[in-house]
Write a protein that binds this ligand. Structure first.
Ligand SMILES: Nc1ncnc2c1ncn2[C@@H]1O[C@H](COP(=O)(O)OP(=O)(O)OP(=O)(O)O)[C@@H](O)[C@H]1O
Length: 271
């Protein structure tokens, strides 16, 4: 029996455009184990969000498919919760109510009202937001909104958490706090995670594997880097760790040497 939890199996994606068909992804294959943290990294436009959206069931593969726990997935489901870069909280609901909506969607039949309340509070506490539970999205900071978005996703008890640049719009300090929280949460809950990032340090710090994508059109997985740094990981200790810096250099070399954008190579050639 396969150990793999999630299988992205020969996925290709073709978009119809005014100039004919555009093949964004070609033959993407990836197996993810339970509890594994995988980052997707690659130049802008290479197809990272398309991969994530296909796993989320928000878009359909043109060829191939996605199999979770032995079942093909073709539509969105709470077992694949998504956190986007710009939070997608409902502005007229409080932090508590935003999480409540997700909890009701998944647990209405199996939990009593008081169990649902405890579960909502548990998830808000996980992301350190219980103190602001009654605040609306426009009353809290960007980092706090992302925390609520993560609580909402986790409250559905997803098999796999899909994150599209979840910390991309945040300042560096807030970003590092949230990265640390995410590492703590994942250590406790052991969710599988696929996270898109443009940040090489974020990828190395958080990931078990970094999936590096080639440039499109017809983008695919170029290389996969196994980051076997021991956990828990501490960003300050890692800053001077030779292995950490080796992984970092590997990703940078992939992105800026082996798979640089055409515009970048022109720049370096003319420099
Ligand atoms: N609906 C669509 N119709 C046509 N082309 C599309 C569509 N959606 C995406 N594309 C193209 O597919 C390619 C991959 O897009 P995608 O958003 O997945 O890239 P990305 O790696 O996530 O980019 P970024 O890092 O900038 O967010 C791009 O060339 C994009 O222009």
């Amino acid at each position: 029996m396969s150990q793999h939890h999630l299988l992205i199996d020969h996925v290709s994606k073709v978009f119809p455009t005014a100039n004919g068909e555009f093949e964004a992804l070609k033959d993407v294959n990836l197996k993810i184990n339970k509890g594994e943290f995988v980052s997707l990294i690659g130049h802008s436009g290479c197809g990272k969000s398309t991969v994530l959206n296909i796993v989320a069931g928000l878009q359909q593969a043109s060829k191939g498919g996605v199999i979770l726990e032995g079942k093909e997935v073709n539509e969105p489901g709470p077992e694949r919760a998504v956190v986007f870069q710009n939070h997608s909280l409902l502005p007229w609901l409080s932090a508590y109510q935003n999480v409540e909506l997700a909890v009701q969607q998944v647990f209405k039949k199996s939990m009593s009202k008081s169990q649902m309340h405890d579960w909502i509070m548990y998830n808000l506490k996980l992301v350190h937001m219980e103190h602001a539970k009654d605040k609306k999205p426009n009353e809290i900071s960007g980092g706090m909104k992302q925390r609520v978005g993560i609580a909402r996703a986790l409250s559905m008890e997803p098999e796999i958490l899909l994150m599209d640049e979840p910390f991309g719009a945040l300042d560096a300090l807030t970003r590092s706090h949230l990265q640390d929280s995410l590492m703590d949460i994942q250590r406790d809950l052991k969710n599988s995670v696929i996270m898109i990032t443009h940040d090489v340090d974020e990828a190395v710090l958080l990931s078990d594997r970094i999936v590096m994508m080639t440039n499109g059109p017809s983008a695919t997985i170029g290389e996969i880097l196994e980051v076997d740094l021991p956990r828990p990981r501490n960003r300050l200790e890692l800053a001077n760790d030779a292995r950490y810096n080796h992984f970092r250099a590997e990703v940078l070399t992939f992105l800026h040497d082996r798979h640089s954008l055409p515009s970048e190579s022109k720049l370096s050639a003319s420099a």
